[in-house]
Design a protein. Structure first.
Length: 234
């Protein structure tokens, strides 16, 4: 759901009037940036230095390192998936819309950096309970976000009925932290080129699936055919 300018302004005013909430937000933002570079191994000392606060202040807001890391990851994910949800509501042609979605999603996946990649790669093995909860929430949000993009793309292409699984699976492959990191780091592809490549692959698949679905007999056609065969057999 999109947030209105008035609601956002009200939330910002309330935040600015609450020094503790503002300090907490500053710490989380600094920790996210640090984690993007250094991964899940960020220490409390590093986080305190990055946020410009003392260790005592940091521990007043976050009693353990795992709590800090988990909340920093969760706050970044919440902002990311709210953005994904808003993108599914935007207008435009399929190709233009897909390119905007691809660029924004892949930019965020790149900017989340090493910590999100490590979290995704780890499964739940060896993670602290706080991080296991975040990882499970990440999986659920990712599935919902990918499904939303796939449905929106299917409808924009003129698809009728339920979006085919193959379209959702293709979106999952393309809008992946692993895919984005590999293409950017291993192949040196910039985000504009990656978005264009993503659009061409997805659009081709979606149009092919829409065309294939149009040739399939509908339930009404099947019933009519069955009635016809029954009538002829009498």
């Amino acid at each position: 759901m999109k947030t209105s300018a008035r609601t956002a302004s009200t939330g910002l005013d309330e935040l600015l009037d609450d020094p503790k909430a503002l300090s907490r937000l500053r710490i989380l933002r600094a920790t996210r940036r640090l984690m993007a570079e250094r991964g899940l191994s960020v220490t409390m000392e590093q986080a305190a230095e990055a946020a410009g606060v003392g260790r005592r202040t940091l521990f007043r807001y976050f009693p353990t390192r795992d709590v800090l890391i988990a909340e920093a990851l969760a706050s970044g994910m919440e902002r990311f998936y709210q953005g994904v949800e808003a993108l599914t509501l935007d207008g435009g042609s399929l190709d233009d819309w897909l390119e905007a979605v691809a660029y924004e999603v892949q930019r965020n996946l790149r900017d989340e950096g090493l910590a999100m990649w490590e979290l995704t790669a780890s499964g739940d093995a060896g993670l602290a309970p706080e991080l296991v909860r975040v990882n499970r929430a990440r999986r659920a949000a990712r599935k919902a976000g990918v499904a939303g993009i796939a449905r929106a793309a299917w409808m924009r292409a003129g698809g009728v009925g339920q979006c085919p699984d193959i379209v959702a699976h293709a979106c999952g492959l393309i809008f992946s932290a692993f895919t984005t990191r590999s293409m950017v780091d291993d192949f040196g592809v910039d985000l504009d080129a990656l978005a264009r490549c993503s659009v061409r692959m997805l659009a081709a698949l979606i149009h092919a699936e829409v065309a294939a679905a149009a040739t399939l007999p509908t339930a009404r056609d099947k019933r009519a055919s069955a009635v016809s065969r029954t009538t002829k057999g009498r």
